[in-house]
Design a protein around this ligand. Structure first.
Ligand SMILES: *[C@@H]1O[C@H](CO)[C@@H](O)[C@H](O)[C@H]1NC(C)=O
Ligand SMILES: *[C@@H]1O[C@H](CO)[C@@H](O)[C@H](O)[C@H]1NC(C)=O
Ligand SMILES: *[C@@H]1O[C@H](CO)[C@@H](O)[C@H](O)[C@H]1NC(C)=O
Ligand SMILES: *[C@@H]1O[C@H](CO)[C@@H](O)[C@H](O)[C@H]1NC(C)=O
Ligand SMILES: *[C@@H]1O[C@H](CO)[C@@H](O)[C@H](O)[C@H]1NC(C)=O
Length: 316
C-alpha cells in the first residue's frame, strides 16, 4: 500500500484494475505478505491449556521457503485474476503431498459483489485477495495462523477499525467488518469480514471465526526489485505485521474437509461503504411501521368504540 498521497505515480486517479492486478501479482507472495517474517503457523488443538489456548504449536512454515507455480499459466484475463499456488520446497513428511497454499488475486472492472460469501462490496479500484489452504495438515485438529506483513510510507502502522452493522445478508451471522486504513489522507485500505470458511462453498455451517491481532512494527526486509513495486512504494518503507488466526478449537475447523479459505479487499483511497441490504431495509420497515399501524388500528378502534357509545347514548 502506498503511504503518501502525492507520490502515487498515476496522479490523483485510482489505478486501473489491470494495474492493481499487476501490483498484486508482484506483491501477493513476495511483498505484500512479507518475506523473511511471513510465516504460516499450525497448532494442534486437541489439548488446549490456558498457556496454549490454541494448543501445541508445530514448527512454523516460512513462506519464503515455498515454491510457487509459474504465474503466467494461471493468469486469467477474462476474470482479471491470477493464482499463486505453493508448497514447501522441503517437505520430508510429505504433508503437502496433495496439498497447497493458494493466493488468488482478482481485480474488478466494475463494482459488485463476488458470488461467494462474505461478498464484500467491491469497486473498480479494489482487488480481492483470497487465501486458501487445502489438503495439508500434520494432525487431526489443526488450527492455522497466518502472519501478514505490510509496507507503507508513514512511520506509524495503519490503524485497525472495527465496524458493526445489523446487516448479515451477505455474510451469514457476521455483523462485523474489519478495516486497516493507511494514513495520510486515507491513501489505501484493506477490508475483510472476520470469517473464514472450512469448505469451498462458504456457508453458515462452514463459517469459522477469523481473529486479527493488533498491528506491530516489524523489522524491514528487502522489497522485491520489480519496477512496479518501486514505483508504487518508493524506497523508504516501514513494515507492520499482524496475525490472522482461523477457527477455534471448538470448530468448525480445517479438519472438517482439510480446507480453509479467507478473503479480503485491497484498494486505494477510502473503502467502499456498504449500504443496508434491501432485505434488512424491508425488515426494518416492517418492524418500525407495524407498531405504527397497530397503534393506528388501536386508535381507530377506540374512536369507533367511542362513536358507537355516543350514538347509543343519543338514541336513548
Ligand atoms: C494435555 O496437556 C496436559 C499438560 O501438558 C497433560 O497433563 C495432559 O495429559 C494432556 N492431555 C491429553 C489428553 O493429552
Ligand atoms: C512461465 O511460463 C511462461 C509461458 O507459459 C514462460 O514464457 C516463462 O518463461 C515461464 N517462466 C518461468 C520462470 O518458468
Ligand atoms: C495423496 O493422494 C493420493 C491419491 O488420491 C493418495 O493415495 C495419498 O494417500 C494422498 N497422500 C496424502 C499424504 O494425503
Ligand atoms: C488421528 O485420529 C486417528 C483416529 O481417531 C488416530 O488413530 C490418529 O493417531 C490421529 N492422528 C494424530 C496425529 O493425532
Ligand atoms: C504471530 O504469531 C506468532 C506465533 O503465535 C508469534 O510468534 C508472532 O510474534 C506473532 N506476530 C505478530 C505480529 O503478532
Amino acid at each position: 500500500m502506498k503511504g503518501g498521497g502525492e507520490r502515487c505515480w498515476w496522479g490523483r486517479r485510482g489505478p486501473s484494475p489491470e494495474l492493481l492486478l499487476n501490483l498484486l501479482l508482484c506483491l501477493a507472495p513476495l511483498g505484500l505478505l512479507g518475506e523473511e517474517t511471513r510465516q504460516l503457523f499450525e497448532f494442534d488443538s486437541t489439548n488446549i491449556t490456558t498457556s496454549e489456548p490454541l494448543g501445541k504449536p508445530y514448527s512454523p512454515y516460512s513462506l519464503a521457503e515455498f515454491s510457487w507455480n509459474n504465474i503466467s499459466d494461471s493468469l486469467d484475463p477474462a476474470t482479471l485474476s491470477a493464482t499463486f499456488r505453493g508448497h514447501p520446497t522441503k517437505d520430508p513428511s510429505r504433508t503437502f503431498a496433495n496439498g497447497s497454499l493458494t493466493f488468488r488475486v482478482q481485480a474488478f472492472s466494475r463494482s459488485g459483489r463476488p458470488a461467494q460469501p462474505p461478498r464484500l462490496l467491491h469497486t473498480a479500484d479494489t482487488s480481492q485477495l483470497q487465501v486458501a489452504l487445502a489438503g495439508a495438515s500434520r494432525g487431526n485438529r489443526s488450527l492455522f495462523r497466518l502472519e501478514v506483513v505490510m509496507l507503507g510510507q508513514s512511520p506509524s502502522c495503519p490503524s485497525m477499525q472495527e465496524q458493526h452493522s445489523i446487516d448479515d445478508e451477505y455474510a451469514p451471522a457476521v455483523f462485523q467488518l474489519d478495516q486497516l486504513l493507511w494514513d495520510p489522507h486515507s491513501s489505501g485500505f484493506m477490508q475483510w469480514r472476520p470469517v473464514a470458511f472450512s469448505q469451498q462453498q462458504g456457508n453458515r455451517e462452514s463459517a469459522m471465526p477469523c481473529h486479527a491481532s493488533a498491528l506491530e512494527p516489524t523489522l524491514p526486509y528487502l522489497v522485491p526489485q520489480s519496477p512496479i513495486v518501486r514505483a508504487f512504494f518508493g524506497t523508504q518503507n516501514n513494515f507492520c505485521a499482524f496475525n490472522l488466526t482461523f477457527g477455534a478449537p471448538t470448530g468448525p475447523g480445517y479438519w472438517d474437509q482439510q480446507y480453509l479459505s479467507w478473503s479480503m479487499l485491497l484498494g486505494v483511497g477510502t473503502p467502499p461503504v456498504d449500504a443496508l441490504s434491501p432485505l434488512i431495509l424491508g425488515i426494518m420497515a416492517v418492524a418500525l411501521v407495524a407498531p405504527g399501524l397497530m397503534l393506528l388500528g388501536g386508535g381507530m378502534f377506540l374512536l369507533l368504540g367511542r362513536k358507537q357509545h355516543l350514538e347509543y347514548q343519543s338514541i336513548n
